[in-house]
Design a protein around this ligand. Structure first.
Ligand SMILES: Cc1cc2nc3c(=O)[nH]c(=O)nc-3n(C[C@H](O)[C@H](O)[C@H](O)COP(=O)(O)OP(=O)(O)OC[C@H]3O[C@@H](n4cnc5c(N)ncnc54)[C@H](O)[C@@H]3O)c2cc1C
Length: 339
């Protein structure tokens, strides 16, 4: 299929903040050939190539002087079955949540805790998406990426991806790798993770005593729908800040003044603090200036009430960062990719 290259395209529908900036050039890749063609077109026209999936982890602060390539490749296949273990591969443009639902419908367990995360399969390894005690690195079995520098395909193992908390090699080597397809090792046997957040409690409320992976997925969808704004109704990119990891001593100094601090042990004398708790305690929850705001129920989520620009959202984020630094001595790191 040949690439349909368009000029001066609004990206409003292609980012979950609903920020209205324009792309100099725009195209959709339906297969590997399209991706290669986009790469050479960008080189010919001397513009950078920006690869996107669902745009649910992006903050666009200005018009994009690049060829924006939206991954739209589709296809899910079972590569091999070895008794209980099943190796599954999905193309980068597959929407994430329908892929999770497909796996559950096949009787494959593992991805249920990652239900209802927006975006695509191809972007999932970028920040090692995670929720409710599971990260994709736990199910990951490899990926194939196009090396944008050499034009060659390369397969990556889990170790080579260097996954960390909301991080990976691909996020660090910005613009080098175009992820084409991702493989997951799923299981015919359920090994459910119910101990994180209110999952177990929600299952009890649903009257389920012996849950299946599908039950867990439904419980998590219900919890997430109550907790997080739907980007279709209210622009947002999910959690805007990472949970900061700080020395244990700093966490204890904060706790001495705030007994209800939410924190978790993070190994090696470190503590992970709940960024949402810090922001809420600093009084930002529900804050709104123009159309940029902090969600009224979830302090970790910045929202666009309609016409906010990416710059206004970024300035709000920077004000929050400065305030948290001044009050608690803690650096908040922005999670979405800011452009
Ligand atoms: C309401 C809401 C809830 C969310 N909840 C969670 C959550 O629980 N856990 C979590 O981890 N995240 C969460 N997110 C963030 C987001 O859903 C994930 O980061 C998701 O993986 C982004 O996918 P995407 O296709 O939209 O990526 P995009 O936003 O399009 O892109 C993200 C980054 O990946 C790059 N990229 C995209 N596709 C490719 C590719 N094929 N090859 C190379 N680079 C690529 C882009 O250039 C960009 O740098 C949430 C977001 C929202 C809006």
């Amino acid at each position: 299929m040949s690439l349909n290259l368009q000029s001066d395209v609004s990206l409003k529908a292609f980012n979950s903040f609903g920020v209205d900036v324009r792309a100099r050039l725009f195209a959709e890749a339906h297969d590997d050939e399209d991706a290669r063609e986009a790469l050479s077109l960008a080189a010919q026209r001397n513009v950078p190539l920006l690869v996107i999936g669902g745009g649910s982890n992006l903050l666009l602060t200005r018009d994009v002087e690049a060829l924006v390539l939206r991954m739209a490749s589709r296809g899910i296949r079972i590569l091999s079955e070895d008794g209980e273990q099943v190796l599954v591969e999905a193309e980068a443009g597959e929407p994430w949540h329908p892929f999770v639902q497909w796996s559950l419908a096949q009787g494959l367990n593992g991805l249920e805790n990652l239900s209802l995360i927006p975006g695509t399969v191809g972007a999932a390894p970028m920040q090692n998406i995670g929720a409710y005690g599971v990260e994709i690195k736990d199910l990951f079995a490899g990926l194939t990426a196009l090396d944008r520098q050499t034009g060659e395909l390369r397969d990556f193992t889990t170790e080579e991806c260097a996954f960390a908390y909301r991080d990976s090699l691909f996020k660090r080597e910005v613009g080098r790798w175009l992820i084409l397809r991702v493989r997951f090792r799923l299981s015919r046997l359920a090994s459910l993770r119910l101990d994180y957040g209110p999952v177990r409690q929600r299952l009890v409320e649903m009257g389920i005593e012996v849950p299946t992976a599908t039950d867990v997925s439904q419980a998590i969808c219900a919890i997430r729908s109550e907790k997080l704004p739907n980007p279709v109704e209210l622009g947002n990119a999910g959690s805007f800040f990472k949970n900061p990891v700080v020395p244990f001593g700093l966490a204890e100094r904060i706790r001495a003044e705030h007994a209800d601090l939410v924190s978790y042990p993070a190994g090696d004398g470190l503590s992970k603090l709940a960024a949402g708790w810090l922001i809420e305690r600093a009084g930002w929850k529900g804050f709104r200036e123009g159309d940029a705001g902090v969600h009224r129920l979830q302090a970790l989520v910045l929202v666009n009430y309609g016409q906010a620009t990416g710059t206004q959202l970024l300035q709000l984020a920077q004000r929050i960062q400065a305030d948290i630094r001044a009050r608690f001595g803690v650096e908040l790191e922005i999670e979405p990719n800011v452009l």
